[in-house]
Design a protein around this ligand. Structure first.
Ligand SMILES: Cc1cc2nc3c(=O)[nH]c(=O)nc-3n(C[C@H](O)[C@H](O)[C@H](O)COP(=O)(O)O)c2cc1C
Length: 200
């Protein structure tokens, strides 16, 4: 069991399901979750998860398909939000999925929305920042940006599901990625237990 505050951001890379699955694990575990998103994230969420109207009303309960009473949705264009300031303490930020556009802006220090600003704050305050990146293949520019982010203290966690636990469907596959991201901020979700190898 983990308590505390988690910042979650969703961007316009493919894989909104990772954010949905992460919320399902994080909501029961954290006292407060501060959720924001890029404009493009909402379009991709509507498309990938068949959530008509989600862009106009990004209700986390619809995304996670469960009540989310402790999730505060923050306007991505307002910097008058707690995670925009270093004086607001929290246990870490997960950007899931993280587009190459957002990764590049954070790497360049361009805080042009709340996602990038909150990430910038994590780096300057030396707080956990986890980028669940999704793109393939990766260009030299992507790789350089991801290197710069790693050098600055972020954890670059590719959205690469694992299969050795024999996931039974898309949700279970996505859980393997979401659980790894939460592990970086101190949570080990029971739904994806740590690997214990048993010889066949
Ligand atoms: C359906 C769809 C899927 C996309 N998938 C990716 C992706 O996997 N990775 C990526 O870096 N960009 C992807 N993009 C492009 C980003 O959405 C685009 O670069 C956008 O500007 C990112 O903005 P944001 O980082 O502010 O969310 C996708 C776009 C669409 C419409």
């Amino acid at each position: 069991m983990r308590t505390g505050r988690l910042v979650v951001a969703i961007t316009g890379a493919s894989g909104t399901i990772y954010a949905a699955r992460l919320l399902r694990m994080a909501v029961p575990a954290f006292d407060e979750i501060f959720l924001t998103y890029s404009r493009q994230a909402l379009q991709v969420a509507e498309l990938e998860l068949d959530l008509p109207g989600f862009a106009a009303d990004p209700d986390p309960a619809r995304l996670a398909d469960m009540p989310c009473p402790n999730v505060r949705v923050m306007d991505p264009h307002s910097y008058f939000q707690p995670p925009a300031s270093g004086s607001f303490t929290h246990d870490g930020m997960v950007i899931i999925p993280c587009s190459m556009g957002t990764a590049g802006r954070i790497a360049a220090g361009v805080s042009d929305n709340l996602v990038a600003r909150a990430a910038d704050v994590c780096l300057k305050e030396r707080r956990p920042l986890v980028l669940v990146v999704r793109e393939t293949p990766l260009s030299l520019i992507h790789l350089r940006n991801l290197t710069a982010l790693t050098e600055a203290g972020a954890v670059v966690l590719p959205a690469s599901p694992t299969f050795y636990g024999k996931p039974t469907g898309i949700d279970a596959m996505a859980d393997t990625v979401a659980a790894r991201a939460l592990h970086q901020v101190g949570l080990t979700p029971a739904v994806v237990p740590p690997w214990q190898y048993k010889a066949p």
